[in-house]
Design a protein around this ligand. Sequence first.
Ligand code: ADP
Ligand code: MG
Length: 693
Amino acid sequence: MPECGRNFSIIFSGKPKGKILKTDLRYLKGIGPARSRQLSRLGIETICDLLLYVPKGYHDRRIITPISSLVPGEEVNISGTIVSSGYLRSKNGKNRFEAIVRDKTGDLKLTFFHFRYIADRLIPHSRVIASGRIDYFGCISIVHPDLIFIDEENSNVRLVLPIYSLTAGITQGIMRKLIETVIDEYVSEMAEVLPSDVLGSMGFKSRGEIIRKVHFPDDPGEGELARRALALEELFVHQALLNYIRTEVSKRTGIKMIPPDGSLAEFVRCLPYSLTGAQHSALETIAADLGRNVPMRRLLQGDVGSGKTVVAAAACSLCCRSGYQAVIVVPTEVLAFQHYRTISGMLEPVGVRCGLLTGSTKVSERRNLLESLLDGSLDVIIGTHAIFEERVVIPGMGLCIIDEQHKFGVEQREKLLSERDPSPHFMLMSATPIPRTLAMTIYGDLDITVLDEMPPGRGITTTRVMTRDTRNMVYEFLLERMSSGERAYIIYPLRETSEELDLKDAATSFEILKRGPLGKFGVGVLTGAMKPEDKLDVTGKFVSGEISVLVSTTVVEVGLDVPEATVMVVTHAERFGLSQLHQLRGRIGRGGRDSWCFLMKGEDCGAEGASRLDILASTDDGFRIAEQDLKLRGPGEVAGKRQHGVPAFRIASLIDDSDLLEKAADVAAGSSSWESLRDEYELRFGGLDILEL
Ligand code: ADP
Ligand code: MG
């Protein structure tokens, strides 16, 4: 069997200290291409990755189970004396070796199919601790147990073993050996990260010691303490980056915007409604930011329907009335179009001119847009990230607003903004209600403003969890609402038919519904795979009321604003994340009428799925829902995937270690030496674009 290399050594040498840790494991003697492919499935590519691959738990061989209370399937340790042993030949001719071990409570069989080294030692009267999974083959037994011979001189036998998450082809034994070997060879290459007083307060002398202890502690408690130290270290490095960016940004020159007196009042006067208190105070804060010569870096967070768009429009009006241009970037074409309509409707009356630029803008139109941006006759450009990707030149860019999704990592964003001097103001708008701890982590370099008040005059939204048998009721209800002129969304988890899951997809259901009684109210379908112009066409019809029922997937999740929509039906609701469902529900209840959200349980929805849905039915507080979501699914999924700016922490858990976050922030605040952490950041989090500028 190809064991992992015993005598690891690096093939090439002469690398400076620390750099070796970045070495791809393929280049280590003893790790072939196959093994390195297996490891990379676990996200382990380099020596550093391996050193930081912390166990998910520990196996404590000092906890002994009496033989009489063993249950098949359990991982246990037993301790006893060998009473008999010998070779046996099975029917298929294979040899095996069996030993019976006895404690005060009973006997247990140990079976070995490879036994060259073990047979001589497993003789009557030898005392052992045997560890492994209990099986039942005629009698209670363990196949290939890990053994410790108690009477022999083996003080260096490990009683507490790490348990790692594994992948096919790698066993605990292989992983342990691999890690032990890299620790011995390379742990000394690791630079210290946490200040020594912080290390000391956690009971450690060096980083090397922490790494050793996390893998091979004397007891599980010690291992957990080491893991916490590494989690703190990780959060600290990340916080240090955010602090660094904050400092760099504050050193940059911003644009001090001085709009003509009364600009904001004029904008507000033209609105068909008055601002909520929360919108007002957010705008005051933003206006103050824009008036300083330090670039604004602000997150405007507000639950779905809290009215962020008007705040963005107002900010643009201030910017443009001061003589600068603004850009608003949104995640989808549909949303870009909607924003263009809404925002230009608010801005044109105050003399601010808007343009729309997306991937499907026609060539001639695009040329015109670009020209009018250049000559300054266009003030606000609204679009998808095509704006960034195509390097559209916006000579007077003073404000950049990103709505609804965090597509940019911190580094990426700052790179875009720092290409300009003075550096534009920046605002991120997020409907994803992120718990405070997570916000601190992702947006630690931003100031946060929350819109915590809903615009008045909204109807009540009722949420019901429904089973399949009540489908007809829901259908009747839909008919009733549609005939009184309201609109509905019907959401499917999949775009295309999946036979395996037997889920009806949006397209099939659209065909069925439009032929049924709902057909006369107009049924449309919107999926992610449709051509942009078809998407715009169908959303346009839904907005105008030409169709009343929109069958869709989660593409409607972000931002659609159709106040006449009062019914949201989500099929197979258990397949969605809680925050996702909350966003979907946010598409209704935007007008004065009451609204209904039906979460249809699939037949295979288990008890756990059902109780998740009940959370949604019991509250409409996005923050509480997000908190639950975080607990149930983990942070990466709450805020989107890694490319959406959630740092991929490998050790810290934002749930279990959330108390460490504040400590990490404190430690980072007291340490000014980002330079020394730069390498560490790169090792842990990958590239570091911003700092390379
Ligand atoms: P979100 O925060 O989800 O982006 P929108 O900006 O789309 O919310 O606003 C939701 C709806 O509320 C829109 O129809 C908008 O016109 C309306 N709205 C926003 N602010 C107010 C307000 N102060 N009073 C009444 N309606 C408002
Ligand atoms: Mg919005």
